[in-house]
Design a protein around this ligand. Structure first.
Ligand code: CAA
Length: 445
């Protein structure tokens, strides 16, 4: 069976940066440690006035195509995953294809284009669509471009304002990929939930606390479902677990849940029993409340064990390094977590070839998906070619006044026109409005 997976990745961060403990927390009258320790965030990326989901997605894809020496004729499919779309009919992928056609020879007329929507999990669903398209033999030797791009902004003073972000990830999906192959096995946890939605509105309506619980419930279901097709997961078999990361504190909770689930009825649970007892089982309690209380106590103990802390430091923490500096990129977020882990391994001089990743994607509304990936021999070249650190370093630091202004610029209900805070160079920019209300773009050398 031909291996299919991710051949190359690129990211594009919004060009602005909001310092959360330094600028945001003091204005909100909050303790900076809510951000650094609680949510696990140092900063959010923001789009400048000339940036949006099209420019960021096109810039990521442009870099990827240039680096891989790809021409439009090599790409048979362009899918954009986003929950920040500005048009209910014309997909963002057509705008991005238009941008790319302005800088490459040839066109994408032969390419199937679409837009995927299911909150943050749409990025992984587009990856799955590309995988299925190639495995079905419909790709005629071409690869698929998957672009996850979002401006994850919340209404001013919404609690979600603490977890904003903006950026894009481009992924190129092929046969015999250079970076990772994807498993055929997938696990799903999916239910009709009302935790985070945008009913014909730009900024989300969010029940934040509930959204955290729904994330955990659906992820747990996906884990059970994945194990039912792929067999039991063993801790030693999985090198990294990149999760959807709305903020690192969310992943701290998801990792604990996954660990507890995986070690149940294993030698690890037995070995930890002397220290923290065995995991509570529901049948041993008269009420659900008593069971949940016992579970909370067990988790508090588990969290403090050396064994758990070492696993977390090795397997989870490296996936969060970039998220801490950029915030939530919605559809791109789990793909940022994968890059973060592989970049960490490269910097540590670790050889990951043949090692496994378990990838936990999530979208509100709600659905979780777990699949596994195997790292390929050329992974170092792929990850080594990224310029993540430079991009993050070059962002313009927003003052509070800048932040208020730039948030208004991106509010579709406001008509604000201000000078950009940075000067675009070698990138696509928003150039104005066309005669039918369409957005127009240009490439700035
Ligand atoms: N020192 C250390 N920790 C502190 C602290 C301090 N001084 N102050 C607060 N904290 C901790 C809190 O204890 C809490 O941690 P725990 O949950 O582990 O207890 C954490 O910091 C956050 O504090 P609050 O709960 O008080 O923060 P909040 O009221 O501002 O709400 C939020 C946080 C619910 C995540 C909110 O920001 C929000 O609604 N975000 C958007 C929704 C979201 O991201 N949901 C995630 C799941 S849904 C999803 O994943 C899809 C998606 O991308 C949106």
């Amino acid at each position: 069976m031909t291996a299919v997976g991710i051949d190359a990745v690129e990211i594009w961060t919004g060009n602005l940066k909001l310092d959360l403990p330094g600028v945001f927390a003091p204005e909100k009258g909050e303790d900076p440690e809510k951000y650094t320790k609680g949510l696990g965030l140092n900063a959010s990326s923001f789009p400048d006035s000339y940036e949006d989901i099209v420019t960021m997605g096109a810039n990521a894809a442009h870099r990827l195509m240039e680096r891989k020496g790809l021409e439009p004729d090599d790409v048979g499919r362009i899918d954009v995953a986003t929950e920040s779309a500005f048009d209910n009919s014309k997909p963002v992928s057509t705008y991005i294809a238009g941008c790319l056609e302005s800088v490459f020879e040839g066109d994408f007329h032969h390419a199937n284009k679409g837009e995927r929507k299911f909150a943050c999990i749409a990025g992984t669903q587009s990856l799955d669509d590309a995988y299925n398209w190639i495995r079905a033999g419909r790709n005629r030797g071409r690869g698929a471009l998957v672009i996850a791009t979002d401006t994850a902004l919340y209404a001013r003073d919404d609690p979600g304002e603490a977890t904003q972000g903006a950026g894009a990830v481009a992924l190129y999906i092929t046969e015999d990929p250079d970076l990772v192959t994807l498993s055929t096995e997938q696990g799903y946890g999916s239910a009709d939930e009302t935790d985070f939605l945008k009913p014909n509105q730009q900024f989300p309506s969010v029940d934040g606390k509930r959204s955290v619980q729904v994330y955990l419930a659906r992820m747990r279901e996906a884990l059970v479902d994945y194990q039912s097709v792929a067999g039991e997961i063993h801790l030693d078999d999985v090198r990294f677990v990149p999760f959807h990361t709305p903020f690192p504190g969310m992943v701290r909770k998801a990792a604990m849940l996954a660990y507890r689930h995986i070690i149940r009825d294993t030698a690890v649970e037995d070995e930890l029993a002397d220290e923290i007892g065995r995991q509570p089982r529901p049948e041993a309690f008269e009420t659900d409340e008593e069971f949940r209380e016992a579970l909370r106590e067990y988790m508090d103990g588990l969290k403090e064990t050396d064994r758990y802390q070492e696993w977390y430091a090795e397997t989870i923490d490296p996936t969060l390094t970039i998220a801490r500096e950029v915030g939530n990129w919605y559809t791109g977020s789990v793909h940022v977590a994968r890059i973060s882990a592989l970049k960490h391994a490269l910097e540590q001089g670790e050889d990951l070839s043949g090692q496994k990743l378990a990838v936990g994607s999530y979208g509100s509304g709600a659905q979780a998906e777990i699949h596994s990936e195997v790292v390929q021999d050329a992974w170092k070249d792929e990850i080594g070619a990224l310029n993540v650190d430079e991009q993050l370093e070059e962002r313009y630091e927003l003052s509070w006044d800048d932040y208020e202004e730039i948030h208004d610029v991106h509010n579709h209900n406001m008509d604000v026109d201000v000078e950009s805070l940075t000067t675009p160079e070698g990138e696509f920019v928003f150039g104005g409005w066309g005669r039918m209300g369409e957005r127009e773009y240009e490439y700035v050398e």
